[in-house]
Design a protein around this ligand. Structure first.
Ligand SMILES: [Zn+2]
Length: 193
């Protein structure tokens, strides 16, 4: 006769209960009027497929810091968003024959769900995606401000170019002269910047 082990950790029973309580009580929602808030930002992930353990190296550290600060009574602004603009999304969509918007949205939903399951301490009322017009209108606003003050200008310069991905690569994305994504030999190209 075996007795039921009441000390066993059953995540599927325990974790949703706490996540619901944190959401209901607004434990991680930042109060706009707090006099001395702390801003914690790890980074906004680029939504491709699903999260991997490398993402957690960033997000778990931020989560621990936020939990400590909240326990100390501090107001913390801890947002989550998705760095969701870019050629990789377009290329992935072309490969799969679907609209980049649909591909990106689907990945964002997957990321959102995974991060929720991890129980990370984000203020979900502030979730954003950089491909939303409500978000990028502000980057455009900021750019125009720089432009009007002569701090943004146009000039041609040499860039790393992958002829297969049809995209510019950062120096870090060129590995032994080849594209990190597709191994095509990277060329130089003069482009207006
Ligand atoms: Zn490439």
């Amino acid at each position: 006769m075996s007795e039921q082990d009441t000390t066993a950790y059953k995540p599927s029973e325990i974790e949703p209960r706490w996540r619901e309580l944190w959401a209901e009580t607004g434990l991680f929602a930042a109060d706009d009027t707090a006099p001395d808030p702390v801003y914690v930002l790890e980074m906004f992930p680029y939504p491709s497929g699903d999260l991997h353990m490398g993402h957690l190296k960033n997000y778990v550290i931020g989560d621990l810091l936020v939990r400590l600060l909240v326990a100390e009574g501090r107001t913390v602004l801890h947002p989550m968003g998705y760095d969701a603009f870019g050629l990789p999304a377009e290329n992935a969509a072309i490969e799969r024959g679907i609209d980049p918007r649909e591909w990106t949205r689907r990945n964002i939903d997957t990321y959102h769900e995974t991060i929720q399951k991890l129980g990370l301490s984000y203020d979900w009322s502030r979730e954003l995606a950089t491909c939303d017009p409500e978000y990028y209108r502000w980057t455009q606003w900021l750019f125009l401000l720089l432009y009007r003050h002569g701090l943004a200008y146009r000039r041609s310069s040499n860039v790393n170019w992958c002829p297969s991905c049809q995209t510019v690569l950062a120096n870090e994305q060129v590995e032994q002269g080849a594209c990190y994504r597709c191994d095509t030999v990277v060329t130089k190209r003069k482009l207006p910047q």
